[in-house]
Design a protein around this ligand. Structure first.
Ligand SMILES: [Fe+2]
Ligand SMILES: [Fe+2]
Length: 190
């Protein structure tokens, strides 16, 4: 599964629109570029590509139909806004299919929310997802932030988490505990 995904192949249960597949391709390109520049060992570079391929595999699925249990972690089903559940739903499917790479599952589950236990790969996936050059908002600032990566990871992370939380507050949306804990961890250790 991970080997196929590292080459860009999605599992047969994936549900991605053509536009989503283009986003996934751009996230893969960022992850490939950053992992090479950082000198990540080749076997781990394959994981970085696999997680990029898989992160939105259920983005266009009817997640509602998968509830209540089919998400990882299970409590997300009760507390998370529905549009964020594609990450936990995908992590659940991957675990069910035998993937036991916990950092990879966490990276998929929390690629939109962030999480204090994301590792380096998970943090870069969180950044690549937001900084995808094909997304249609904040072009100049996001281009500047991409230009500072992969070197200035902590500083860019703080700015991206800041922008995302600010956006949620502006829209009077829920800010998940995981997101606040992610901010707290990065601001302390960054
Ligand atoms: Fe997503
Ligand atoms: Fe995404």
């Amino acid at each position: 599964m991970e080997r196929a995904a590292s080459k860009g192949r999605l599992p047969d249960w994936a549900c991605c629109s053509p536009a989503r597949l283009e986003h996934v391709g751009r996230v893969r390109a960022l992850m490939a570029d950053w992992s090479r520049t950082l000198g990540v060992p080749p076997s781990d570079q394959a994981r970085w590509l696999a997680v990029a391929t898989l992160h939105d595999a259920l983005r266009d699925a009817d997640v509602e139909a998968l509830l209540p249990q089919e998400v990882y972690p299970a409590e997300a089903a009760r507390t998370w806004p529905r549009h964020l559940l594609h990450g936990p739903a995908c992590a659940h499917r991957l675990a069910r299919d035998g993937v036991d790479d916990q950092p990879l599952l966490r990276a998929v589950a929390y690629h939109t929310s962030g999480h204090p236990e994301l590792d380096e790969m998970g943090e870069y996936l969180y950044l690549a997802d937001f900084l995808d050059p094909g997304r249609d908002f904040m072009h100049e600032e996001r281009a500047r932030l991409r230009g500072r990566l992969p070197g200035e990871r902590e500083e860019v992370l703080l700015r991206v988490i800041d922008l995302r939380i600010r956006h949620l507050l502006h829209r009077r949306s829920t800010v998940l505990q995981e997101t606040v804990a992610f901010w707290n961890r990065v601001v302390r250790t960054g």
